[in-house]
Design a protein around this ligand. Structure first.
Ligand code: ASP
Length: 453
């Protein structure tokens, strides 16, 4: 059995629905479908999820909602019209969207989550209606019915293990229908909707693939494959045919965004291969993401990516290596302000703490710096705002001597300064810190060194 997830750009209009249905019905193994909310139909268009966020904020701020609600309804109506679905069939979807403001929400965060989730909920319900209308028996299944249980905050939920025992019970009762699930959300223990982080329909697909014991998780999106480098940075980069979960994890960490990084975890736990494919070219092989056991790499490097959303705190103190509790006190200050750190390369007298720049604003930087100054009295404390991390990832790097030289030589040739190098313990990735304005040049230089031919 295969779980098949379609992204928002694949289900943005009637044409997209028709293509998705062609894919679903062309393989009898494709039994479980996961939908995103309708995405952009063309550049400049607005995703339904973003319209729902606007709708929610208008309700919270007591502003008129008519225009926004109408824009949302029009998106589903247009898809229904494409298939000549009788209006009466769309009524439950329209009613629910109209009545969202009357729901029972513990606070505005829950309200926002429930509104957002209705982009996928309505699209899944509509997909089931269209499939039945075209003669393919299908059932719309909500996270409540299937048992997708989550904890965490309403707009950043995490699946909890109970989900998998509930899904086990759910599987036992299935017959031959296609099952259509909305992506992106689950139900809290108190019974409210909570969404995963943005792009989180991938996570639902992975949860279902694990919980329903799929043989394959097919993730249909709008690119032919995951590429060895960002096509916006490198001209026509090589597609990656096959890679391991941990390669994907390392690459998505620094910015490969085709597949949601949190969605890897359920797939890894269930040992389920993931195939990222193009809805518009389903005949192309796409990228297969598999367990690392028995994996035979075909290249030294699989992918190169740089993330520019980092900042770093540099601290220098003589005899740092002889002090106890120095790092602990710094980490306690970060923890007090709910700031997690990304990496912490250190020398004998200094450490650099690399942070996600999106987690800190100027005021917090000043507060944290002042508290560190007071607590550990460093000889030097510096805030570096424009830090980029380039990740060079490949299972093929593991037993290869001299890779670091092949990475650094092209950078030296281009006069790119490298203030930090870090090799992961798994030896399948090397992390290079640079100034953010050098990051794209660094990716190009390393790419050409490894993929020139
Ligand atoms: N519709 C949601 C978003 O735009 C989730 C998803 O598309 O996966 O973030």
């Amino acid at each position: 059995m295969k779980v098949v997830k379609f992204g928002g750009s694949s289900l943005a209009d009637g044409n997209g629905f028709a293509q998705a249905i062609k894919i679903i019905t062309s393989d009898p193994e494709r039994r479980v479908i996961v939908t995103s909310a309708p995405g952009k139909r063309q550049a400049g268009d607005i995703k339904v999820t973003d319209l729902l966020i606007k709708y929610a904020k208008q309700v919270i701020n007591d502003q008129p909602t008519n225009t926004t609600l109408q824009q949302i309804l029009d998106r589903y109506q247009a898809i229904a019209n494409y298939f000549h679905l009788p209006d009466s069939q769309l009524t439950p979807i329209v009613d629910r969207l109209q009545n969202l403001p009357n729901g029972n929400y513990p606070n505005d965060h829950y309200l926002l989550a429930a509104f957002k989730a209705h982009g996928e909920r309505s699209n899944a319900q509509l997909m089931a209606l269209v499939l039945n209308h075209l003669g393919h028996p299908a059932r719309f299944v909500t996270p409540t019915t299937a048992g997708i249980r989550v904890s965490g905050t309403p707009n950043n939920a995490n699946v909890i293990p109970e989900t998998y025992s509930l899904l086990e019970q759910f599987t036992a009762k299935q017959d031959d229908e296609l099952l259509v699930f909305p992506g992106f959300y689950g139900i809290t223990l108190a019974g409210h909707i909570a969404t995963f982080s943005r792009g989180g329909s991938d996570i639902t697909g992975a949860i279902l693939a694990r919980g329903l014991h799929a043989d394959l998780y097919e993730n249909f999106t709008d690119v032919d494959a995951i590429y060895a480098a960002n096509p916006g940075v490198v001209d026509t980069p090589q597609p990656i045919r096959k890679m391991t979960y941990r390669e994907m994890r390392e690459l998505s960490y620094a910015g490969f965004s085709v597949f949601h990084d949190e969605a890897l975890i359920p797939a890894i736990e269930g040992n389920i291969p993931i195939n990222v494919k193009n809805t518009h070219h389903p005949e192309k092989p796409g990228t297969l993401i598999v367990p690392d056991k028995d994996f035979q790499p075909s290249d030294i490097v699989t992918g190169i990516v740089s993330g520019k959303h980092f900042a770093a705190l540099y601290l220098h103190k003589y005899l740092l290596n002889k002090q106890t509790g120095f790092t602990l006190r710094i980490l306690e200050i970060l923890a007090k302000h709910h700031v997690s750190y990304e990496h912490m390369p250190s020398g004998i007298d200094d450490i650099t703490i690399i942070l996600d720049r999106n987690l800190v604003d100027d005021q917090l930087i000043d507060t944290i710096s002042n508290e560190i100054q007071e607590a550990v009295n460093p000889d030097r404390l510096e805030w570096i705002n424009n830090y980029a991390i380039t990740m060079v990832v490949g299972e093929g790097m593991r037993n290869r001597i001299g890779v670091i030289n092949d990475i650094l030589a092209p950078l030296a040739h281009q006069h790119i300064a490298v203030p930090m190098i870090n090799q992961g313990a798994s030896r399948i990735s090397i992390m290079i810190g640079t100034n953010d304005h050098d990051a794209d040049d660094a990716v190009r230089a390393i790419y050409h060194r490894f993929f020139a031919n």
